[in-house]
Design a protein around this ligand. Structure first.
Ligand code: KIV
Length: 265
């Protein structure tokens, strides 16, 4: 089977076919995730918490991201590969260009992901002008955890929901080619997905996004600390790691995941 491209992912959205995304940080998980048939692998800066044991994603460095991205890229065969830009690696368009270039040239990423709304417009535009595909990230943006006052649901109430919807449109206009929407009410996930032309990948954003992403350790029940409402443990009933990954991809594709109970009202 040929490698997945952004064109394939846009076609999935156009056909109403859900996109299955998982995080990975190493070669072994990447091989299993590929086998399960996920279309996209995200080398998330969540590695700062689930691999390195930090309390947030803030301590993750560019060198960490390049290292893990290379590990994943060696085992990647077909999936589209996205790498997170870590905290303070895109504080200006110039810095973002240098660091995104590293993720693509040294980490072999196909797209970079960065957090934030309107403040990132200039940066997104600059990256897009230099042929660097960008995935935006709105809602709960973990790199702003201290500013947000914790890991909590965003976009509640009409003004906050409107601000996220407007930011999403502005980022798409600036050249973003994908959006991750985290921890928002399901109705907002649906509204943003319907409004945008680019694929919207939800995590705790309800069942109506164009695709879903989970941190791979979470779906295997390996999470440290409290489990968010949107996480399903696909290994809880027993079976193998491969079966759990297969079941996750099948549940995303069929629309069985996330359920109403795994979404925010
Ligand atoms: O860092 C990460 O793994 C992420 C996902 C949770 C979307 O950004």
């Amino acid at each position: 089977m040929s490698a997945i491209t952004l064109t394939d992912l846009n076609q999935c959205k156009a056909r109403g076919e859900k996109i299955a995304v998982l995080t990975s940080y190493d070669a072994s998980f990447t091989t299993r995730i590929e086998q399960a048939g996920a279309e996209v692998i995200l080398v998330g800066d969540s590695l700062g918490m689930v691999v390195q044991g930090h309390e947030s994603t803030l301590p993750v460095t560019m060198d960490d991201m390049v290292y893990h991205c290379r590990n994943v890229a060696r085992a990647r065969a077909r999936a589209f590969l996205i790498a997170d830009m870590p905290f303070m690696s895109y504080a200006s368009p110039r810095q973002a260009l240098d660091n995104a270039g590293r993720l693509m040239q040294e980490g072999f990423a196909h797209m970079v992901k960065l957090e934030g709304g309107r403040v990132q417009i200039e940066t997104v535009r600059r990256l897009a002008e230099h042929a660097i595909p960008v995935c935006a990230h709105l809602g709960l943006t973990p790199q702003s955890v201290h500013q947000l006052g914790g890991f909590r649901v965003q976009g509640r109430g009409s003004a906050a929901a409107r601000a996220i919807l407007d930011d999403a449109v502005a980022l798409q206009c600036a050249g973003a080619q994908m959006l991750v929407l985290e921890c928002v009410p399901g109705g907002l996930g649906k509204a943003v997905s319907e409004r945008l032309d680019i694929p919207v990948i939800g995590i705790g954003a309800g069942p109506d996004c164009d695709g879903q992403v989970l941190v791979v350790y979470d779906l295997l029940g390996l999470s440290i600390g409290p489990t968010p409402r949107f996480v399903r443990n696909f290994l809880a009933a027993g079976g193998s790691v491969q079966q759990a990954l297969d079941d996750y991809v099948a549940a995303v594709k069929s629309g069985d995941f996330p359920s109403a109970e795994e979404s925010y009202p």
